[in-house]
Design a protein around this ligand. Structure first.
Ligand SMILES: Nc1ncnc2c1ncn2[C@@H]1O[C@H](COP(=O)(O)OP(=O)(O)O)[C@@H](O)[C@H]1O
Ligand SMILES: [Mg+2]
Length: 230
């Protein structure tokens, strides 16, 4: 398929969909990575809310914050996830990261039964709490990504990386197995802060290269596409 023929799933983030030549290729598993407070959860809520507005069934798996906190946080941007939960198109599920035994099976069952088109896992970094060595973590992550690709839904996997690292992901394998990698950067400067975004990888996509300024406003995230940083 050419870039044009691939069905694209819009993130709903102004500027980013243009960077992605229209959006994420349908069925992709995309890693969104960055340090604490970079905007990963906000990014995901915006992605899910945009899909719900268009009538796409969506599932949000949270291993960190409680569902109520995520929904409260989304509400401040004007995204009423409760409304979609009531009408049955949105589900938000909390998994205890210490009890992740059957997580892949449980997740794929939920995706199939509920005909989920957009999925978020917030965040896969918590897998490390449950698995005791990096070999097992990598094996499980690989299995997870393969299982998600089989379902056909478009997935965003969040990954928190330590500050000041050159690593793209926590465990060093996610970027190879995922179809796409989007990196969020946060730089504090004096009393202010700069946020940037970069599409490091997106299969089947003629995406923009380089970092672009990102801002979080009261209506969500937006990317200034006209201002390449370098
Ligand atoms: N209404 C808002 N306007 C501007 N910035 C905001 C707003 N709400 C949250 N933020 C910023 O977003 C950050 C939290 O982003 P979040 O998506 O939770 O990050 P992550 O999940 O990567 O830790 C906050 O620390 C704050 O800087
Ligand atoms: Mg978060």
């Amino acid at each position: 398929m050419t870039s044009q023929e691939t069905k694209r799933i819009k993130t709903g983030i102004i500027g980013l969909d243009e960077m992605l030549d229209g959006g994420i290729p349908e069925g992709s598993v995309v890693l969104v990575t960055g340090g604490a407070g970079c905007g990963k959860t906000t990014f995901s809520c915006q992605f899910v809310n945009h899909g719900l507005k268009e009538g796409s069934n969506s599932l949000y798996i949270t291993l960190e914050e409680k569902p109520e906190e995520i929904k409260e946080n989304a509400k401040q941007f004007g995204w009423d996830l409760n409304k979609y939960e009531k009408d049955g198109t949105f589900r938000i599920v909390y998994y205890d990261p210490f009890e992740l035994g059957e997580i892949i099976q449980r997740m794929t069952d939920l995706i199939v039964v509920n005909k989920i088109q957009r999925l978020v896992i917030d965040s896969i970094s918590l897998f490390g709490l449950y698995l005791d060595n990096s070999y097992k973590i990598r094996k499980e992550l690989y299995k997870l990504v393969e299982a998600l690709k089989q379902t056909g839904c478009t997935s965003i996997l969040l990954s928190e990386i330590p500050e000041n690292t050159k690593q793209l992901s926590r465990y060093g394998v996610e970027e190879f197995v995922a179809d796409g990698v989007i990196v969020l950067y946060y730089m504090s400067l004096g009393n202010g802060a700069f946020r940037n975004i970069e599409v490091r990888k997106m299969r089947r996509t003629n995406h923009k290269n380089g970092t672009y300024p990102l801002t979080i406003t009261k209506t969500g995230i937006k990317v200034d596409m006209n201002e390449d940083m370098f």
